[in-house]
Design a protein around this ligand. Structure first.
Ligand SMILES: NC(=O)c1ccc[n+]([C@@H]2O[C@H](COP(=O)([O-])OP(=O)(O)OC[C@H]3O[C@@H](n4cnc5c(N)ncnc54)[C@H](O)[C@@H]3O)[C@@H](O)[C@H]2O)c1
Ligand SMILES: [Zn+2]
Ligand SMILES: [Zn+2]
Length: 360
């Protein structure tokens, strides 16, 4: 058992706080990882708002890189000293998805079985089964994906969630290919990941939509060929106008709201694909004419974690980063300390940052 500092959300909507947390020694199949960097994702804010579930208190943070410190019995894939990016898809290999050769849909992913607790014994719910705004965390060893140690933690860790979710939403879920037209609604870390992914996949036209002009500037840097300020013009009309009146082949919704989902739905070409990667809250509902769902054809898909397979995708994307083909550094707007997460939420809200990254 070790005593470390970590960031918790104690109650719905309350500001997050730094607390002392007890981390058990790794049991069978588990690993303790010394966290070096962890990005602040919008999903952390969803947790603290009670938008994911009510299992407070949460240990926040889930897009992280670090060094394996200790492993439990039976762990052979990683060893102390390994440089890893943490993932929330440690596939089981045995569920019906894994057995059908589609492990990125794994329905029984692994997490650590022992709890991390507050000093009074209260069990913490780690965000996405990770919990990485903390000096050291306990995870399942399968949640540790080894990558090239030459990639700096602040950049590499971002593959652990938002950037991977975005890239994968375009490349894996959306199946973006050479010559496609793509529109991305919402250009935060996830949306810009989708833009970068669409560029890697050879999309010919990449239209970025956001309500914030600073976000649109950043989006251009990641590969957007056109931008639409949703406060100034109607995104559906603008996307159609930029695609010969037809709409885009693939539209990626990276906000997580019914109104932006509807825009995505109507901004795609006939037989086009909509990918929902933004996370809605339980109160949200959607109403669409069923005839439009039928008549427009195509595919309406959701993307969890960009349908990624960490063991396949993280090392590959780190290689592209090292070759200068994927600018992970450009996602890092600022580096902050453990006690800066609440302020980072505010800056995320006001659009001042793409990613704040906690350095430990
Ligand atoms: N599916 C997944 O696996 C996965 C993984 C990580 C994050 N997410 C979700 O993706 C979403 C985006 O995450 P993020 O970290 O990039 O958040 P973010 O807050 O950094 O980005 C959201 C962006 O949407 C823009 N936006 C807000 N309202 C808009 C509107 N009406 N029209 C156009 N743009 C608008 C904001 O200006 C901002 O740039 C969140 O819902 C998050 O929970 C999903
Ligand atoms: Zn499985
Ligand atoms: Zn996330």
């Amino acid at each position: 058992m070790q005593e470390v500092r970590g960031v918790i959300a104690r109650a719905k909507g309350a500001p997050v706080e730094v607390a002392t947390i007890l981390v058990p020694a790794p049991g069978p199949g588990e690993a303790v990882v010394r966290i070096q960097a962890c990005g602040v994702c919008h999903t952390d804010l969803h947790y603290r708002q009670g938008g994911i579930n009510d299992d407070f208190p949460f240990l926040l943070g889930h897009e992280a890189a670090g060094i394996v410190e200790e492993v439990g019995d039976g762990v052979t894939d990683v060893a102390p000293g390994d440089y890893v990016v943490l993932n929330w898809r440690a596939v089981c290999g045995n569920c019906r998805a894994c057995r059908r050769g589609r492990p990125w849909y794994c329905f029984a992913t692994h997490n650590a079985t022992q709890p991390m607790t507050l000093t009074d014994g209260t069990t913490l719910s780690p965000a996405l089964g990770i919990g990485a705004f903390i000096e050291k965390t306990l995870v399942h060893a399968g949640q540790c994906t080894k990558v090239d140690p030459a990639a700096r933690p602040a950049a590499a860790g971002l593959l652990g969630c938002g950037v991977m979710a975005g890239i994968g939403a375009a490349v894996n879920t959306g199946g973006v290919g050479r010559g496609d037209s793509v529109a991305v609604i919402g250009c935060g870390g996830v949306g810009d990941g989708a833009i970068a992914g669409a560029r890697l996949a050879g999309a010919a036209k990449i239209i970025a939509v956001d309500t914030d002009p600073r976000k649109l500037d950043w989006a251009r840097g990641f590969g957007a060929t056109h931008t639409v300020n949703a406060k100034e013009s109607d995104p559906v009309e603008a996307i159609r106008a930029l695609t010969d009146g037809f709409g885009a082949d693939v539209v990626i919704e990276a906000v997580g709201r019914p109104e932006t989902y509807k825009q995505a739905f109507y901004a795609r070409d006939l037989a086009g694909t909509v990918v929902l990667v933004g996370v809605p809250t339980p109160d949200m509902t959607l109403e669409l004419p069923l005839l439009d769902v039928f008549g427009r054809g195509g595919a309406l898909k959701s993307s969890w974690y960009g349908d990624c397979l960490p063991s396949r995708d993280f090392p590959l994307l780190i290689d592209l980063y090292r070759q200068g083909r994927l600018d992970l550094d450009a996602f890092v707007t600022e580096e902050i300390a453990l006690d800066g997460v609440e302020d980072a939420f505010a800056r995320m809200h006001s659009g001042d940052v793409l990613r704040s990254v906690v350095l430990l």
